[in-house]
Design a protein. Structure first.
Length: 617
């Protein structure tokens, strides 16, 4: 039988038959020597004076690769033997090309053959090695990666290049730019967000006039990579198509909660999802060694520590991950003294990045400023008025409930599951519950607070796709979320501003250069206009928001007097006043405006009007 198969293969004399793409090689094999270094090549008998070879890898491969080696021999492949490293560049070395084409008789016509093999055959080789085992978390077709990337670009396309965006993101970019000029967060510019978030935006600011595009592309890449990790985890409880659908739902759902650009959850969902993937690997592993469990657990907790330096709210999911890891240790035969020892180690690793930042601030003499901003101020915030809290809570319910319903449906409909799927499903459901509890514990309940819950809820929805109901319901949910998300992006362009408003405002400010004070508006104008340090609290919400009046370390009423005494040339504000606005500060500001300023620009933004006042000369 094998001889006949080899003969059938050898009858394909032309490696590129007309009208088709000939499969050059399907398999490769890596042979372990006692030193674990030797690489074995298998050559497929081909014509035209060429032998096609596929190099081995130095990675850890599955049992399927060993099977590939047997198939290679059976199909008449000739073993060439260890030849050392093969360069991954498009030139020949020692008679070998990167894709494994060996040239006989100086046949230079193989150059195109080499290039074609590198592009076309790599995917087929990897797909064969990955196999089609339905239960493996990492066996996702590469086409799905491309689909998720294209879908991600299309979902976020309307927001690309828009320089006027939410106050939060604009402030992060502004602080990143000031850090490049020597300002120290929490000391020269006050806010309570972690240092890691500002360092991230500091990197985006290095792109100069293209910094808006840079942070939006960075957010796009983060969302796309997160969607790939979602597919890998969802693959443990669903088909490949189901994993793709829930990954696309996550991408589409971000637009519903204001995550179409660069809100902090868009970035910290990536390390969180990667950390959870390590835990999933432990759950589904068979005969896993204790050393590997500890290694993956430590990596997961370190990733949570890094995510906390983007936003501290990941502490809820981090605590859940740590507790679940301890449960896995107990299930895999660790003793109680060992579990207690590793519990302390996990907590230490997770807190290490934050402790490192705090220690550096302490050594520089700013320890108190860092401690108050990062650990104390959030607990001194006031409570939102009941009507606003109710409105925000209803919006959160509308965002979370459709995904949460999927969990209920899959519990009722999907009954036939393997033990591995049940374990993963339990983990995803518990993670979803913890993320929702974290949202409710924070308070405020703004729309983007729901983004962290989209990650586990989308994965937990994947088992539903194994049923006939899910194959209809989940695509409909994806379609509805995509359409509604695009409508919300268009709405944000009207309410928050767009390129036209941005250019008009800069033109007005540039007529007579002077200091700008933003009482209410996007701080992107601080970044693109000259910034005068009128206050070390430039975030507008610390002035106009009533719930912040006792939580920022300064008295807003006194600070507004300090700002007005410096007589800024321009003041940016919104009209009419918000229901949760600090009336004392607003009264002082508008008393000064009525005496010394005149309106020079206004533009409607949804229900509010952006107004710029200029000092009378």
């Amino acid at each position: 039988m094998w001889r006949q198969a080899a003969n059938r293969w050898s009858r394909h004399r032309n490696p590129f038959p007309p009208g088709s793409r000939k499969r050059l090689a399907d398999v490769f094999y890596r042979d372990r020597t006692p030193l674990g270094r030797a690489e074995t090549f298998f050559a497929i008998p081909a014509t035209g004076g060429r032998i096609a070879c596929v190099p081995g890898t130095r990675g850890v491969l599955s049992r399927r690769v060993n099977q590939a080696g047997m198939f290679a021999r059976a199909w008449g492949m000739r073993e060439i033997g260890p030849v050392g490293s093969v360069p991954l560049f498009p030139y020949e070395k020692n008679g070998y090309f990167p894709c494994g084409v060996r040239v006989r008789n100086k046949d230079r016509s193989a150059d195109f053959f080499t290039f074609y093999s590198w592009i076309v055959e790599f995917k087929r080789i990897m797909r064969f090695i990955m196999g089609k085992n339905k239960g493996s978390y990492n066996r996702i077709p590469y086409e799905y990666y491309f689909i998720s990337l294209v879908f991600c670009i299309l979902c976020r396309f309307l927001s690309f290049g828009n320089p006027v965006f939410t106050t939060d993101e604009a402030f992060y970019l502004f602080v990143g730019g000031e850090m490049l000029h020597g300002s120290i967060p929490f000391v020269d510019i006050w806010d309570r967000k972690p240092l890691g978030l500002f360092i991230l935006y500091e990197f985006f600011h290095l792109f100069g006039p293209y910094r808006v595009w840079a942070y939006q592309v960075g957010a796009l890449i983060s969302v796309w990579l997160t969607s790939l990790l979602i597919m890998k985890m969802a693959r443990t409880v669903s088909s490949r198509a189901g994993a793709l659908v829930v990954a696309l739902i996550y991408i589409a759902w971000l637009n519903l909660a204001g995550g179409e650009r660069g809100q902090s959850p868009v970035f910290y969902d990536l390390p969180v999802s990667y950390a959870m993937l390590h835990i999933v690997q432990i759950i589904i592993a068979r005969n896993i060694s204790h050393a590997r469990i500890i290694r993956k657990s430590c990596i997961a907790m370190l990733l949570f520590g890094l995510s906390m330096q983007i936003k501290y709210t990941t502490v809820f999911e981090g605590c859940f991950a740590g507790i679940y890891l301890l449960y896995l240790l107990a299930r895999n035969g660790f003793s109680w003294p060992e579990i207690c020892k590793y519990a302390l180690a996990f907590a230490t690793i997770a807190l290490l990045p934050t402790a490192l930042v705090g220690g550096i601030y302490g050594l520089c003499g700013y320890g108190h400023a860092w401690w108050f901003a990062n650990m104390v101020s959030i607990f001194q915030r006031g409570k939102e008025p009941a009507n606003i809290l109710m409105h925000n809570g209803m919006n959160l319910l509308l965002l979370v409930v459709p995904l949460f319903v999927n969990i209920i449906l899959q519990k009722v409909i999907c009954k036939n599951r393997t033990d591995e799927q049940r374990k993963c499903d339990l983990f995803f459901n518990a993670w979803s519950a913890v993320s929702i509890v974290g949202i409710l514990s924070i308070g405020g309940w703004y729309n983007h607070y729901a983004i962290p819950a989209f990650l586990p809820l989308s994965i937990a929805s994947a088992p539903l796709f194994t049923s006939a109901v899910g194959k209809v319901w989940l695509p409909l949910l994806l379609l509805a979320g995509t359409i509604q998300g695009q409508m919300i992006i268009l709405k944000h362009r009207q309410e928050e501003g767009n390129g036209k408003v941005f250019r008009e405002v800069l033109n007005v400010l540039s007529k007579d250069r002077g200091c700008l004070f933003i009482y209410n508006g996007s701080t992107i104008f601080y970044d693109f206009y000259q910034f005068c340090k009128l206050t070390d609290h430039p975030f507008p919400g610390h002035f106009h928001s009533d719930i912040e009046k006792k939580s920022t370390g300064m008295d807003p009423a006194q600070e507004i007097d300090k700002v007005l005494s410096q007589k800024p040339m321009y003041i940016m504000s919104h009209a009419p006043a918000n229901s949760d606005e600090n009336e004392t500060v607003r009264k002082k500001l508008y008393d000064a405006i009525n005496r010394n300023y005149a309106e020079v620009y206004k533009a409607r933004q949804g229900k509010e009007i952006l107004v710029i006042y200029k000092k009378n000369i």
